[in-house]
Design a protein around this ligand. Sequence first.
Ligand code: GLY
Length: 398
Amino acid sequence: MMPKFLKFSLIALLVAGCSASTKKQETDFVSNGIKIAEQQIEYQITKIDKTGKILNPRTLINNNIQYVSFADWTSGFFPGSLWYLYDLTKDEKWKVEAERFTMHIDSAKYLKSTHDVGFIINCSFGNGYRLTNNPDYKATMIRAAKSLITRFRPKTGTIQSWNVNSGWQSERGWMCPVIADNMMNLELLFEATKLSGDSSFWKIAVSHADKTLENHFRQDFSCYHVVDYDTITGEVRNKITAQGYSNESSWARGQAWALYGFTVCYRETQNPKYLDIAEKIAHFIITNKNMPADMVPYWDFDAPNIPNEPRDASAAAINASALYELSTYGQPELAKTADKIMTALSGPAYLATPGTNHNFVLMHSVGSIPHNNEIDVPLNYADYYFLEALARKKALLK
Ligand code: GLY
């Protein structure tokens, strides 16, 4: 019979071996993800430079790269990905590229026609300021926050997401549509208060978050995509969808935006009600009966033909990044779920082979199926949140 001390030593060795191999897998997906992203984005920039212009890649249309202007809601993500490459590698060449592509969208700070100015400026200039303390970036962030709060409607207590006087939004009969995605624009306002000392940005962010908490959620803590408010009475007129399968369904990226947005609200305010809702959203997402084993969701949790529906890698990447942060607020096991998502996204099913996928990093995202737009394509925000999640994982490993 094996002596007791030997048995214990063997078990201890086995446990240590398993945990070392899990740890190794984790570090592997970080280093491999960085390596592939560097290769893909380097090719992407070479291709752009050949045109003699500065171009901003968003996605593919008919298998051609769609480049966007500073006013497009996704214009901050490519510069933001460059900042994350600099953050992850500390290679000065990425800083130079990040500065170049960031300055190219500087005019976005004046945008008052959309709530997306928060996304655009915080992902580009916000990361730039975090990594360099460049005072010009700080000034741009404050200027952009001033533009964003022109969309605050005191009667509803919310920032209006979309204008309703043109485009497809004008055909829906809305007065003041507020979308779950708008939670993502609040981070710029919290930052602007810290940078300027002016608390009005912070107060508007909190008012918007409180109203979203009050009106966007169902009993199971899934959220509606759009809540339309009456700007005269301040009342809710309707709860509907724009990018989901139906008004009562749960659009996957909308849930991800809400998860991420309320996690940021908790970070910035320490108000436990935001932590509570973030954890409940996480629970809804993670335990959903239609969540596939690899944790990369279908584009809508209630899409009618699951499992024959497109997956949305962008929602998965946003979830992973948010869960890494949320895990640090008292639920460390959420980081394991984020690892699972990142392991899937880092595998051959989602991570592009260098030189393919038109040099985007991730494959298989969905923009908007109801608009028949961007179905099963790469998206620059999937790449951005994938890189952010890698940076957060790297920080947690330390
Ligand atoms: N409106 C941002 C999105 O499509 O997720």
